[in-house]
Design a protein around this ligand. Structure first.
Ligand SMILES: [Zn+2]
Length: 144
């Protein structure tokens, strides 16, 4: 990674620190494993699923897993902590190529960009360099 891309990544990590993340949970044995829930919603979601005719539905998760797209709680839309799959990083970086991040990038977007960039350094490089240039960042060397 070039010193300028490193500078962008460091700045984005700083912005991303403000993101509020929750651990993802999901319903096991309820035939809806694709949905994610936060710790606050999962128990009610399980009860709801049982009420829908899935008596074996139980709570699962509570830790960080890989996702193909940045996950949100199905009910309250809380942002869930995740590790991006290669597919996730690719599509996130494609998104940022089409819609380059601007100067007032928010913590959630910064978090997604950092996660994708760390998983796919070479694809992220031009996006990071363009953003660093936009922000007027100084190249970051190992010493600084
Ligand atoms: Zn929730």
């Amino acid at each position: 990674m070039s010193p300028l891309a490193k500078a962008a990544l460091a700045k984005l990590e700083e912005i991303a620190k403000d993101v509020e993340l929750v651990d993802g949970c999901w319903i096991a044995d309820g035939d809806c494993a694709e949905f994610n829930y936060c710790e606050k919603c999962i128990d009610d979601a399980v009860l709801s699923r049982i009420g829908e005719g899935f008596p074996d539905a139980i709570r699962d998760g509570g830790w960080t897993t890989e996702h193909d797209t940045p996950p949100f709680c199905e009910w309250c839309e809380a942002k869930i902590r995740y590790n991006p799959t290669d597919e996730c990083s690719y599509s996130e970086l494609e998104h940022f190529k089409t819609y380059p991040p601007d100067a007032d990038i928010g913590p959630e977007e910064a978090y997604d960009l950092v996660a994708a960039a760390e998983n796919s350094v070479s694809d992220a490089e031009p996006i990071l360099v363009a953003w660093a240039t936009l922000m007027g960042l100084e190249p970051k060397t190992e010493e600084s």
